[in-house]
Write a protein that binds this ligand. Structure first.
Ligand code: ZN
Length: 509
């Protein structure tokens, strides 16, 4: 067996371990009885230790080094390059720091839950301070390029090769123009009625509608399923097995409908990765791709571009509602009072609010930019933890024009910082940016899409995404893929164009 084949087999073993732990995590969120918590924590910890030993082992390092001196084609070289990237990251961190991050993060998360409930920032502050320190230590171990900053090393975990400065240069003009667009819409006096979103929608009917949409858009239910959780997510846990979850609110059906479409966008990316396929090894032999970077997703930003595209560009579009109107009215009788246009406008209302996860398409990115600026300053040491609430509220007022009533609706609302996810937030907006830029290209190449969507045919879009985005795995970096597909580097214009055309149409401006 070639060293390359051995390396891929090693990766397959690690990916299988990872899929076992993902299955346990999925079960914990969906069906596990409360009493199983302690045993589940032990199971997860045991697997995490086994995975860490395996992915930082000398055997693996030797295999990667051997492959680096083999003669390989471009695809195989990209595969080895990504194995190297993961291995170096694993081995740069001392085990003691990994353990400390996990231990402190787990406690900090518990403290955060209570602090948010009791609106008590002071209780959380010392733990946040510890997590910032530990994350800075982690970043220092990873290292960053000359001219860069500590934050880059953290961002790189979620968005390989992205740099804070480059992200800022895209976010800044986007933020300014979005703020003025939001002001124009909210001050127009033409806010559509939200009555269609408030019709009574029984849970079982919502589930039926969600399944109807999943089948139509092409989520493969022979290789996936949909369950209910408090916090919706998608887990692409193994070849042929992708799990989605959603939650139902009987007085607000768009929550579940768009939550399901969002997770299905992630899910169809997972299903489109070549996990069940093989690729050619150096001797021409067929190598299973599962467990290699060739069957893995590029970055959180690209992942999010897929979920946001199905949720917003497709699901919040007029052609989609022309198709879904009949079925939705059959499921929710009261919806029959409203026509396609009224529903389309209602699901696109822009209204500044305090909570990011409930934000509309127009204001969502402003919430993300706020967090990006603040976490970057905390990691750089330019913002002390004690000053966080004040800085948050001031910036929030500038961006969204609202006075934050308390920290629970402000800097305490997200779970991310409590377990050390610094550098994660920007990937949400990067996802929207990639989605809009891909979408612009897609619209140019497929002028018949609206007519297809109106008939409930989404196959051409999914096929295009499979071929151009999903099928490559991690062969290219996100920026490269974007240039390859759209012939331009990532920029803010396509998202701004998309939002201003659509939202002005919604508001009749
Ligand atoms: Zn997502």
């Amino acid at each position: 067996m070639s060293k390359y084949a051995q390396l891929c087999a090693h990766g397959r073993g690690s990916a299988t371990l990872k899929s076992i732990s993902a299955l346990l995590a999925w079960d914990q969120e969906t069906y596990m009885p409360r009493g199983g918590g302690d045993a589940r924590a032990e199971q997860m910890a045991l697997l995490a230790g086994m995975m860490h030993d395996r992915t930082s082992s000398k055997d693996l390092g030797d295999l990667i080094a051997a492959c680096e001196s083999e003669s390989l084609d471009d695809q195989q070289r990209a595969c080895v390059r990504e194995f190297r990237r993961d291995y170096d990251k694993q081995t740069k961190l001392p085990k003691s720091l990994v353990e400390e991050l996990a231990r402190t993060g787990s406690k900090a998360q518990d403290v955060w839950k209570d602090a948010r409930k009791n609106n008590d920032f002071k209780a959380f502050a010392p733990w946040l301070s510890k997590m910032v320190d530990l994350s800075r230590q982690k970043a220092t171990c990873y290292g960053f390029e000359p001219g860069g900053e500590v934050y880059d090393a953290l961002l790189d975990e979620y968005e390989p090769n992205a740099k804070a400065r480059q992200v800022e240069s895209i976010f800044k003009p986007l933020g300014e123009q979005l703020s003025s667009l939001v002001r124009e819409l909210t001050e127009s006096g033409k806010t559509p009625s939200d009555a269609p979103t408030k019709v009574h929608a029984p849970k079982d009917r919502q589930h039926a509608l969600g399944m109807y949409v999943l089948r139509a858009i092409g989520f493969d239910l022979n290789a996936g399923r949909l369950d209910v959780t408090t916090h919706p997510f998608c887990e692409g846990l193994a070849p042929g097995d992708t799990r989605l979850t959603t939650r139902y609110d009987e007085r607000y059906f768009p929550g579940a409908l768009y939550g399901t479409m969002h997770e299905a966008g992630h899910g169809m990316y997972e299903q489109g990765l070549p996990k069940c396929k093989t690729h050619k090894g150096p001797g021409g032999d067929a190598i299973e791709s599962f467990g290699t970077p060739l069957a893995d997703s590029i970055s959180l930003g690209i992942h999010e571009s897929q979920s946001r595209m199905w949720e917003n560009m497709v699901g919040r579009g007029r052609p989609f509602w022309k198709w879904l109107h009949k079925e939705a009215c059959d499921q929710f009788a009261e919806l029959g009072k409203f026509d396609v246009d009224e529903i389309y406008r209602a699901v696109n209302i822009v209204r500044p609010s305090f909570i990011r996860v409930e934000a509309d398409e127009g204001t969502y990115n402003l919430h993300v930019m706020l967090r990006f600026g603040i976490e970057r300053a905390m990691i750089a040491g330019d913002l002390s933890i004690g000053d966080l609430p004040g800085a948050w509220n001031e910036r929030f007022k500038q961006l969204l024009g609202l006075d934050v009533p308390d920290d629970a609706h402000g800097c305490l609302q997200d779970v991310h910082w409590s377990f050390g996810l610094f550098g994660y937030f920007p990937t949400y907006t990067l996802g929207n940016l990639y989605a809009a830029q891909f979408w612009e290209t897609i619209r140019q190449r497929m002028p018949g899409l609206d007519a297809e969507f109106t008939r409930g045919d989404f196959s051409q879009l999914l096929q295009w995404l499979n071929q151009n985005i999903h099928g490559h795995g991690r062969r290219y970096r996100a920026g490269e893929l974007c240039e390859m597909v759209t012939r331009r580097p990532l920029e803010s214009r396509p998202l701004l164009d998309y939002l201003s055309v659509k939202l002005r149409d919604v508001y009749g401006l």
